[in-house]
Design a binder for this molecule. Structure first.
Ligand SMILES: Nc1ncnc2c1ncn2[C@@H]1O[C@H](COP(=O)(O)OP(=O)(O)OP(=O)(O)O)[C@@H](O)[C@H]1O
Ligand SMILES: [Mg+2]
Length: 222
């Protein structure tokens, strides 16, 4: 039995307008696991990923990520915890005033890597995702599927300990979708704990991984 990477214990998240995002969730994800989170629209998939990334706190119960109780981590420390966590937002959240290259390079710059190494690593990643020709463009000039791949590149370039991907293949054609999933699988085989939120049943069926099904904020099956 591996070490626990993520543990939710009777965790709920109620949004300000009293909408229940998640209701009484208890679950564990082990270091090195590959897990799908599925369920219908509004089930709480994005909410679960946002909690794990520290974008939201549970309004009840507890959440431990990589040994840290997120209720006890000072807000000023959260950016440090995120340095080794990749997050692919459902709506990309790219920095619109920066180029594609700069979006992907940022995490490595913060880490203080030499310029030449950053360039090699970023261009390799962009090439693998077939968007190297877009490196110097601003994100909003790209198609939805291209922007999605920039968001994926930005998460993977961190060589994350935890990778959280929210509907990462929603805008991609099937071939690209499977390429991306294979990339996640490769990161997983290098030790990254991977959590993918998707309602794409064909992807879930292809990968034979643990799948947590949510409905109306509750775990209905795992
Ligand atoms: N910022 C917010 N403020 C208020 N309510 C929210 C907020 N974000 C999500 N919710 C609500 O929480 C519930 C769960 O939303 P969530 O985005 O987690 O679902 P989801 O499973 O990711 O859905 P989808 O498949 O459409 O992406 C929904 O009822 C939603 O309306
Ligand atoms: Mg969502």
């Amino acid at each position: 039995m591996g070490l626990v990477m993520i543990k939710l214990y009777h965790a709920s998240k109620t949004y300000d307008n009293s909408v229940p995002g998640l209701v009484d969730i208890s679950l564990e994800i082990k270091r090195g696991e590959f897990v799908f989170v599925s369920g219908p629209s509004g089930a709480g998939k994005s909410t679960l990923l946002k909690l794990i990334y520290g974008l939201e706190l549970p309004t009840k119960g507890s959440l431990i990520v990589n040994g840290r109780n997120l209720h006890k981590v000072p807000r000023s420390e959260v950016p440090y915890l995120r340095r080794r966590t990749g997050f692919v937002h459902q709506d990309f959240r790219l920095l619109v005033a920066k180029s594609v290259f700069e979006n992907v390079a940022l995490a490595l710059k913060i880490r203080g890597l030499p310029k030449a190494e950053i360039k090699t690593r970023v261009m390799n990643m962009l090439s693998y995702l077939k968007i190297q020709h877009r490196a110097n463009f601003p994100p909003l000039t790209l198609s939805g599927g291209e922007q999605q791949r920039v968001a994926i590149a930005r998460a993977l370039i961190k060589e994350p300990v935890i990778l959280l991907a929210d509907e990462p293949t929603g805008n991609l054609d099937p071939k690209l979708a499977y390429n991306i999933m294979d990339l996640f699988k490769e990161a997983n085989s290098q030790g990254t704990t991977v959590i993918v939120a998707t309602h794409d049943a064909s992807i879930i069926e292809s990968y034979h991984k643990r799948t947590i099904y949510l409905n109306k904020g509750r775990v209905v099956e795992q």
